[in-house]
Design a protein. Structure first.
Length: 346
């Protein structure tokens, strides 16, 4: 299961750090011939590599290579795979059919860390999704064990390349941060593209950067015990180096986190800047709010295109306090790159 825990099982998931060799396969169907040149699809998705390079502070590179520079014909119609309400079995059948078809068409599948299977436009593959192997029932195609893939549907033309970053993050073990029921953006607004692919502040939460091995333990400042405190000059998550998270533990699986956000690089369209405070619970499932941004009642009113959570950053002089967990964050000062925050566990 994908979650916000810091001990990801990399026999199940893809280790994010390093160069990931991504084999790209383009599929069409007996009922939907390939529309246009496959290079148009590659060109739509490939900026995901630079985006993730920046998000990972240069620790992850998606080396995307087309396994064949043409359409591979699937054995069944695009509607037969059930993408409207996809089950794991249906998804497994789709992945297996696509990679077998590619192998039969002459593609070599050895040497890739993962695959992107890209559907032609106008197919009934309506949405993009991540697929992971079941180690007890592996799929083997021409001697290659398939451990993970992202299958791209027609929604890629709506989302653009960031859908590749979002779905690849699932391969790394990252959960969905948007809500599966109710207001989709109730937990994290437009922060982190696992919460909203087209959000205004799509950079990952620092907690996730830590989970993925992009932020080191030496960049995490913690408060564990009641009656203790700690202070950190938090460097904006958009920049490399420096302390990135101030974590106050609140239980076996939960913590409050403060991080700094700046309108720069992957966040150049952010609605607000300052300190973002959120609650993490590693026991909460994908789509149920494993990360929940704290609202700031003193925040500036939302500008057009921004919601309350997008504006919920905290400014110097402002204090957050949660009486239930006796956690307090005080923002002491800020400059262009850093916000200094004091955390107390009363
Ligand atoms: Zn997702």
């Amino acid at each position: 299961m994908v979650d916000e825990g810091q001990n990801t099982d990399y026999t199940q998931f893809l280790d994010p750090v390093g160069t990931k060799r991504v084999g790209v396969v383009y599929v069409d169907f007996p009922d939907t011939a390939g529309a246009g040149d496959v290079s148009d699809y590659y060109n739509l998705l490939s900026p995901a590599a630079d985006w993730m390079w920046n998000a990972s502070y240069g620790r992850t590179w998606l080396d995307m290579r087309s396994v064949l520079n043409r359409w591979v014909r699937m054995p069944a119609g695009s509607g037969s795979y059930g993408f409207a309400n996809l089950t794991y079995e249906q998804h497994t059948r789709y992945v297996t059919d696509a990679l077998r078809a590619a192998a039969n068409a002459g593609a070599g599948l050895a040497g890739y860390d993962t695959f992107y299977i890209v559907s032609t436009a106008h197919s009934q593959v309506s949405r993009s999704a991540a697929w992971f192997w079941n180690p007890s029932r592996p799929i083997v195609v021409n001697g290659t064990t398939i451990r993970s893939t992202v299958t791209f549907g027609t929604d890629m033309w709506h989302w653009g390349f960031k859908v590749a970053d979002h779905e690849t993050t699932h391969l790394f073990g990252g959960p969905d941060l948007y809500a599966f029921t109710g207001d989709q953006f109730q937990y994290t607004g437009g922060w982190d593209l696992m919460g909203h692919i087209s959000g205004r502040g799509p950079e990952y939460f620092a907690w996730e950067g830590w989970k993925f091995g992009w932020i080191g333990d030496d960049q995490v400042v913690c408060v564990f015990q009641s009656g203790t405190q700690n202070t950190a000059a938090l460097n904006g998550v958009e920049y490399g180096g420096g302390p990135k998270l101030l974590v106050v533990r609140t239980g076996q699986t939960s913590a409050y986190v403060a991080e700094a956000r700046r309108k720069a690089f992957n966040d150049d369209t952010a609605c607000s800047t300052g300190v973002l405070i959120y609650k993490v619970d590693t026991a909460v499932a994908s789509g149920q709010g494993p990360i929940r941004v704290v609202r700031n009642p003193s925040a500036a009113p939302p500008q057009a295109g921004c919601g309350a959570l997008d504006m919920a950053t905290w400014q110097p002089g402002q204090t957050f306090y949660d009486p239930a967990t006796r956690v307090e964050f005080r923002v002491q000062s800020a400059d262009a790159y850093n916000s200094t925050v004091n955390a107390i566990k009363w």
